[in-house]
Ligand binder design. Sequence first.
Ligand code: PAF
Length: 253
Amino acid sequence: MPRIFERLADWRDERQGLERAGTAVGFVPTMGALHAGHRSLLQRARAECDWVVLSIFVNPTQFDDPADLARYPRTLEADLALADGLVDAVLLPAAEELYADEFRYRMTEYALSTRLEGAQRPGHFDGVLTVVLKLLNLARARRAYFGEKDWQQLHLVRGMAEAFFLPTEIVACATVREPDGLAMSSRNRRLSPAARRRAASFPSILRWAADPASAAAALRDAGFSVDYVADEAGVRLGAVRLEGVRLIDNVRL
Ligand code: PAF
């Protein structure tokens, strides 16, 4: 079983020891409810780094809807079982310690973060970037691993790391999909069996529609409520709702 760190002082002591030994640390930040997509990030970190730390923290500042935060699955025991053998340490910080400043200090990006997900979920990326900056500063990793499913998150985190000269390399990892094509997500488990079957058409409609407007129309015809579909830098991005469950995905054009 990996070592678990709940207090930041204990983690800092551990991190100092690794620093002295020149250990290349790999870092995978998560909000828990781990699935095969997270496993693939951990496997990549394991293959590329000497030592791997996973963080699990359901970050309140990135939820614009308190009901969504309350519903977010918390499955610590299963998460630790999935991570067993892949990680050396698990960081489980307390909100009081991570946000000792009560979110008075925050990281804001003023362009990409205001569109697409940012337009639908005001303040979301301030919360994501702020917590990722805190976690990257704590982990001081050689590399940190992010999934391409959260395309905007990945690009914003990478942009922040460049803009602020962070020493950590941000590694993009391909989206892991279910056999029927649906991107792995902690939210999938909230779909009813019928909605889960219907959800499989989301990525294929994004991929095969001629343009964003026809993709949005086809998604509506298939029973989704559509937040947006947009083409951006060779990628088609979409966000939809099914039975109130919000799904995002993107495919290369
Ligand atoms: O992708 C996630 O799980 C979260 O947005 C992250 C990067 C762990 C920050 O809370």
